[in-house]
Write a protein that binds this ligand. Structure first.
Ligand code: ZN
Length: 245
């Protein structure tokens, strides 16, 4: 099965549209699109992003932002800008979007890989960014290969028999041979990358050959940033898109 893994879209329609076009153009239509959550929050086009994911994604998880917006999580856990954006999103989404977000869970079984928004041991909140954390997650996970989002950093962690856990940030074009060992793989963020590369990030994965490839896509950042400013969302949410932090 050939799938495209996307995550952390955050109401950024230009970034999502560019990624969906790239998935088709560069890689041929995959058998499925797996979205690891946080469709909304931060950005200014929640309904359009949610509708695209609802129509196109075979797997769609709830992220912490999706959960907050539909009342499944307490908004007081959020930082100021995230809280302001969540309140804006609650006010501005339509009922179809709200109902769809409400139907999602932060993890999903029954697929060739484990699928979690944040981590196998805490599907909602844990940012897996260190080797130590990844080591404990690899020990906790039931599936040999797991996909996670949430940190907005394109990266992967792996461990094979007897060797210490290793982890790397992923560059565009990085190819992973996951035919052996345990893996925890983050496709990076479509709509608000935080790894210093402002381009939208995603991953393609072949679960028969256990091969994955990282991709980065240019998109019109000014369109997403201007929409945030016009919506009177916190200005920093527009500015950070240009630098990828
Ligand atoms: Zn996120």
């Amino acid at each position: 099965m050939r799938v495209a893994g996307i995550s952390d879209i955050h109401s950024n329609l230009p970034a999502l549209a560019a990624v969906l076009a790239d998935i088709d153009e560069q890689n041929g239509a995959p058998d499925g699109i797996w979205c690891l959550g946080d469709i909304v929050g931060y950005g200014a086009t929640p309904d359009a992003c949610t509708s695209l994911v609802a129509n196109l994604a075979e797997v769609s998880l709830a992220g912490n932002h999706d959960l907050v917006v539909c009342g499944g999580l307490d908004i007081r856990h959020f930082t100021t800008a995230a809280e302001e954006a969540a309140r804006w999103t609650m006010k501005n989404i339509n009922a179809t979007t709200r109902d769809y977000l409400k139907s999602l869970e932060p993890l999903e079984g029954g697929h060739p890989t484990g699928l979690y928004h944040a981590s196998p041991r805490d599907p909602v909140w844990e940012y897996v960014l260190s080797i130590d954390q990844a080591h404990d997650c690899l020990t906790a996970q039931r599936e040999r290969v797991c996909l996670i989002g949430h940190s907005h950093v394109a990266c992967y962690f792996t461990r094979s028999d007897g060797n210490p856990t290793d982890g790397q940030m992923a560059q565009p074009g990085t190819i992973l041979d996951m035919s052996e060992g345990e893996w925890l793989v983050n496709p990076g963020s479509v709509g608000q990358p935080r790894d210093g590369d402002a381009r939208a990030s995603y991953l393609t994965l072949d679960t028969d050959e256990w091969k994955a490839v990282y991709h980065r896509v240019e998109y019109p950042i000014h369109q997403a940033a201007n929409a945030i400013i016009e919506a009177e969302l916190p200005r920093q949410l527009a500015e950070r898109l240009y630098v990828g932090h």
